[in-house]
Write a protein that binds this ligand. Structure first.
Ligand code: 9MR
Length: 461
């Protein structure tokens, strides 16, 4: 589960506008670390993030539990109370009592509430387990509509679909009765959720996606497809039920999803208690803090005794509610700061229709510039390329990079690529070709070997 340790380096390559020769500095706002906060939620909030916990309605009468909850956390997720079996135990009869208790606990404490989960092959009520085909599809979409409508305006982010991808090497969908209703069941669920609660962030959530692997890449391809077709997806949840280590490309994996134009969130973090539990917790927190669109972290329970992983002591507080070393590690990482979460703005998805007119003249040099940020590991990298227009608006662009021999581009996002090795040119896609004067857009690509070391060129029209 945990790949061997890898070497990572991070470089920023800058290309200046050809005419001016000016150097464009990649700029990120870094949260002030002048005053360290003393709780998880407050320290996360300094950079615009949340730090949450999964909670259970049945424990809200436990003063030790709620004491930690209200002191430390500024987000909550119902561990079971908003799942399908809990909210629609018989078809068409909806029960929100316990879900509402979690919601009200969160809202009364000024916390964000993550909704979990509208559709999941697990914890389906028995009546749904016996359905198939259009009867199941209609029941599932009705469930999404009803539950998202009940909580409309109150949920920060919904896990619309949970764990729909298969484990193992294929990168494909998991077989389930939902999947057998047709491959479009996931996008149908996202569209229904968006119609019911247009302001909630809509997430896809899964496990074993904690590095670049076949499963996470399958999900990545789905998200990229959704973004290109205007399916309303806003975020991807990485559950992060971890053993004794963390994949070396954990941060790069978060970043490649963020580069698709979605938020990323750590949604169910817990780490087996071994010699390095505290350090794994610290690494996960630092990875999220380093990715501007990683908006928050949720741990899957409060005290070790609250965890579903009986006997593994995987949480931040011991059975008595005392802070563990892992707690200190997380708090320090939060207080160390990182890029501030960008404000939510603009449409949740790119426009679906292409621009009415494309570039009429070949791109010319000098009217745009590009800066490349590499996340590299031993044998591969992801590159994020920022394309910035000069003093005139750009209506189409092309960026050319020279790759060292032996390496190849394996995939690209928010751009089309021509060639895979040597000189590779990336051109805008329909929705990001137009850049206002001085404005910028981003695309990315992943490759084997080493990333580009020479200055890329940008041509604009
Ligand atoms: O923690 C949850 C546990 O109480 C339930 O019995 C279990 C039922 O499958 O679900 C647990 O939460 C899961 C979450 O909803 C989705 N990701 C995996 C979590 C741990 O199994």
């Amino acid at each position: 589960m945990n790949p061997p340790s890898i070497f990572r380096r991070r470089r920023v390559l800058l290309l200046s506008a050809a005419a001016a020769g000016a150097v464009l500095a990649a700029s990120v706002a870094v949260a002030s670390t002048a005053e360290a906060a003393s709780t998880l939620g407050a320290s996360a909030a300094q950079s615009g993030r949340y730090f949450g916990a999964a909670i259970a309605a049945g424990k809200l009468g436990d003063a030790n539990y709620t004491g930690i909850l209200t002191r430390e956390f500024n987000a909550v997720t119902p561990e079971n109370e908003m799942k399908w079996d809990a909210t629609e135990p018989s078809q068409g009869r909806f029960t929100y009592t316990n879900g509402d208790r979690i919601l009200n606990q969160g809202l009364s404490n000024g916390s964000k509430v993550r909704g979990h989960a509208l559709l999941w092959h697990n914890q389906e009520p028995s009546w749904a387990q016996s359905l198939s085909g259009s009867a199941l599809r209609n029941a599932a979409i009705n469930h999404v509509t009803q539950v998202a409508t009940h909580y409309k305006g109150k949920i920060y982010a919904w896990d619309v679909v949970n764990e729909a991808f298969a484990d193992g090497g294929g990168g494909g969908r998991r077989d389930s009765n939902l999947q057998r209703t047709g491959n479009d069941w996931i996008e149908a669920a996202f569209r229904a959720a968006h119609t019911a609660d247009p302001n909630a962030k809509l997430c896809y959530n899964d496990y074993n996606t904690d590095g670049v692997n076949a499963k996470s890449t399958g999900i990545y391809n789905m998200v990229r497809d959704f973004k290109s077709r205007g399916v309303p997806i806003d975020c991807v949840g990485f559950q992060s039920h971890l053993g004794t280590g963390i994949p070396g490309d954990y941060q790069a994996n978060l970043q490649r999803f963020a580069d698709l134009g979605v938020d990323v969130q750590i949604t169910e973090l817990d780490v087996a208690q071994g010699g390095n539990q505290a350090s794994v917790y610290g690494s996960v927190t630092r990875a999220c803090m380093a990715v501007a669109r990683c908006t928050g972290i949720t741990v899957w329970g409060i005290r070790d005794s609250d965890s579903w992983r009986t006997g593994e002591n995987p949480l931040l507080f011991d059975n008595s509610g005392n802070k563990k070393a892992a707690y200190t590690s997380v708090l320090n990482a939060l207080n160390a700061g990182g890029p501030t979460v960008p404000p939510t703005s603009g449409p949740t998805s790119p426009p679906t229709s292409p621009p009415t007119s494309g570039p009429t003249t070949p791109p010319s040099a000098g009217a745009c510039s590009a800066s490349v940020t590499l996340n590299s590991w031993n044998g591969g990298y992801t590159a994020t390329v920022k394309v910035t227009a000069g003093s005139a608006a750009v209506n189409g662009w092309a960026v050319t990079v020279n790759l060292p021999s032996g390496g190849a581009v394996t995939n690209a996002w928010n751009a089309t690529s021509s060639g895979t090795s040597g000189t590779v040119t990336f051109a805008n896609v329909s929705y990001n070709g137009q850049i206002p004067a001085g404005g910028s857009t981003e695309f990315g690509f992943q490759g084997t070997g080493s990333g580009p070391s020479a200055t890329p060129t940008c041509r604009a029209s």
